[in-house]
Design a protein around this ligand. Structure first.
Ligand code: ADP
Ligand code: MG
Length: 240
């Protein structure tokens, strides 16, 4: 039973078909990794699901709610979807506490306590709350961005290469912390990455895009053992 469903979703930018009739089903509570070369439409797909970009045609539903039918779309803030992008997504002039609390109305009961819980969830020390983003490391900033996305209790979390700016060691530890947290919370997650190892360790479902087309979707093992064509085989052959 799919939770998020895309049917024939297309989006062009001038001559470029950024997404070309993409069908995708994501079960509730699952973790999907989207892989593909640069320019294959990964970010466009996430931005369309998040409501930050509009499809030209196609249909998107989440938990039975219609989010988009062609260019008629539900606004991003009404979708219950969190998005964490590559980097630089924090408000530089706000403290960590105010960044995390940005999506929580001032009058929310227990707002301060909730911010503290969110900080603890992403394994940051309470002493960080009064700091500004430029006083944090890259990995800490991405954890704050994740806490901010979690603040509104999203039913779907979208991660667009959130660890790619981190150095290798920090990337592995941050990835594990984030994966464990999202699994513990049972939040349906889609991770965009160009790192095959990251995708294979994270996901129950891997989706491979190229030039806006979905080449294959399935369990990591299936794409590896039963690639649909030589492109998929070559892509995974390079990685494993
Ligand atoms: P990926 O995230 O896989 O690198 P993108 O979704 O960012 O790919 O881009 C897919 C294609 O669409 C690329 O050719 C890119 O140049 C183009 N594209 C994406 N966004 C825009 C935009 N706002 N304006 C024009 N072209 C865009
Ligand atoms: Mg991208």
């Amino acid at each position: 039973m799919s939770f998020l469903r895309l049917q024939a979703v297309s989006r062009r930018f001038g001559q470029v078909a950024a997404l070309d009739a993409v069908d995708l089903a994501v079960p509730e509570g699952s973790r999907t990794a989207i892989l593909g070369p640069s320019g294959s439409g990964k970010s466009t797909l996430l931005r369309i699901v998040g409501g930050f970009e509009t499809p030209d045609s196609g249909r998107i539903t989440l938990g039975g709610d219609l989010l988009a039918e062609g260019p008629r779309t539900v606004p991003a803030h009404l979708r219950g979807i969190g998005l964490v992008a590559q980097e630089g997504a924090l408000f530089p002039h706000l403290s960590v506490a105010d960044n995390i609390g940005f999506g929580l109305p001032r009058a929310t009961p227990g707002r301060e306590a909730r911010i503290a819980v969110l900080l603890a969830m992403v394994e940051l020390d309470p002493s960080m709350l009064r700091r500004r983003p430029d006083q944090l490391s890259g990995g800490q900033q991405q954890r704050v961005a994740l806490a901010r996305a979690l603040a509104r209790k999203p039913r779907l979390m979208l991660l667009d290469e959130p660890f790619s700016a981190l150095d290798t060691g920090l990337r592995a530890s941050t990835r594990k912390a984030v994966a464990d947290l999202l699994a513990a919370e049972g939040i349906t997650t889609i991770l965009v990455t160009h790192d095959q190892a990251e995708a294979l360790s994270f996901a129950d479902q891997v989706v491979l895009l190229r030039e806006g087309r979905l080449l294959q979707a399935g369990k990591p093992r299936d794409l590896y053992l039963q690639p649909r064509d030589t492109t998929v085989a070559t892509f995974f052959g390079e990685a494993v």
